[in-house]
Design a binder for this molecule. Structure first.
Ligand code: FMN
Length: 401
């Protein structure tokens, strides 16, 4: 009874794999879970609410504007009154709605109104899965903190076509549900982590600033990955265009000095992962008015002052977290510079990457990193920033334990 007492809201959308959801309901209930089904209009073309209701032994929710269910604003209750939402099968259409925040039926409205974890089991034709629009939507949903299981590769139900797009098998989905709900899958439960992310903006005057090309993708992904392992995460973010990751406390700052203050304010912590591309220098003079162009005078001199070194401060702090991770963005001698940084900053590991423009790493979605520790150098393969984040969170958890 691994899921005893767990309440699962199962959203079934209109794919041919909906027949497998009937088995999924049985498997979840066998393990003690209570399953509340929501079906889209499309889903009802493939399996009947009668069959779904018989297997789940309860009411099947299908209609947003139901007079009966909405007397107490039932869609909000459905969205919150569960431990986990599972979307299986998740059609390309429903994922597109979720990625864009649409809410034009009960399933999509519940998904927009929820603050519960969501597990998505996509199922569709391989061409639909590999379509640029679906790729974008999946990436958005991953960044929003939703978990995915599958799709698997194999023969399509319609026959004559094979590839990536088959819904994960019911028992695989059950295993993913158990992982998400099981405290054992949360090795960082009870641990506190501080992550910095993004660039800093150092003002020249009230309208101009010095910045860099950091997007915050890697730092935000690491904050989400640590939270997924159960850590209580404070993310100190410079100015980025990314949404705040789910389940993470976010402090927004602009300047390096503000970032340091927020990081110190978040101590004590067990883990510090300093990913932000903090400007080394700020403008020395504070210009409270916009610097004017004056005819006959050349450009104004810009005197720079050194910014605080946040990683070094944390690495040598009296309340130094047990695991301190630094990032080194280099354009030359990546390994040597990383080793020097490891020593100087008091970090346990430096994650070094080559951010030369031709690598596309700074501002991009992929990363190729070397882990530099006192024990040696470990080169990781080219991975998405989410994958780097997941592996790094596992590394941190192993180091801490
Ligand atoms: C026979 C048939 C099978 C379909 N199978 C899938 C599928 O496996 N995955 C998918 O994303 N869409 C599939 N579709 C298309 C969806 O049913 C369609 O996009 C629908 O609008 C989805 O609605 P929903 O997302 O609200 O459930 C299929 C359509 C038909 C007619």
């Amino acid at each position: 009874m691994s899921l005893a007492g767990k309440r699962i809201l199962l959203i079934i959308s209109g794919g041919i794999a909906a027949y497998k959801s009937l088995d999924l309901i049985r498997r979840l209930r066998e393990r003690g879970a209570e399953v509340r089904p929501v079906m889209t209009a499309g889903a009802q073309q493939f399996v009947t609410p009668l069959a779904v209701g018989a297997l789940s032994s309860g009411h099947v929710y299908t209609d947003l504007f139901s007079r009966e269910d909405e007397q107490d604003v039932g869609h909000i209750r459905l969205a919150r009154d569960c431990d986990l939402i599972v979307v299986a099968p998740a059609t390309a259409d429903l994922m597109a709605k979720m990625a864009n925040g649409l809410a034009d039926d009960l399933a999509s409205t519940v998904l927009l109104a929820t603050d519960r974890p969501v597990l998505v089991a996509p199922a569709m034709n391989p061409k639909m899965w590999s379509h640029a629009a679906t790729r974008r939507n999946v990436e958005t949903l991953r960044r929003d903190g939703l978990a995915f299981i599958g799709p698997n590769a194999g023969e399509m139900a319609e026959g004559g076509e094979a590839g990536l797009g088959r819904m994960a098998e019911p028992l695989e989905i059950v295993a993913a549900v158990e992982d998400l709900l099981d405290g054992g899958g949360k090795p960082l439960a009870g641990r506190r982590a501080i992550v910095t992310s993004g660039p800093t903006h150092e003002p020249i005057d009230p309208v101009r600033y010095i910045a860099n090309r950091s997007s915050g993708r890697q730092g935000h992904a690491i904050a989400a990955a640590l939270a997924k392992l159960g850590a209580e995460v404070t993310l100190v973010s410079g100015p980025v265009t990314l949404p705040d990751p789910r389940g993470v406390k976010v402090i927004h700052v602009e300047r390096a000095e503000e970032m340091l203050e927020a990081v110190l304010g978040a101590l004590p912590a067990d883990i510090a992962v300093m990913v932000a591309a903090v400007a080394d220098w700020r403008v020395a003079t504070e210009n409270t008015e916009k610097i004017k162009k004056k005819p006959g005078e050349g450009p104004p001199p810009l005197m720079l002052a050194e910014n605080p070194d946040i990683l070094k401060t944390i690495g040598h702090h009296a309340q130094r977290p047990k695991v301190v991770v630094g990032f080194a963005a280099e354009t030359q001698d990546v390994e040597d510079n990383g080793r020097v940084k490891l020593q100087k900053k008091g970090a346990d590991v430096i994650v070094a990457n080559d951010v030369s423009p031709e690598t596309g790493i700074m501002g991009g979605t992929r990363n190729s990193v070397k882990l530099i520790t006192a024990a040696g150098v470990e080169q990781w393969p080219d991975l998405s920033k989410d994958e780097v984040a997941g592996r790094l969170a596992d590394w941190v958890a192993a180091r801490l334990i």
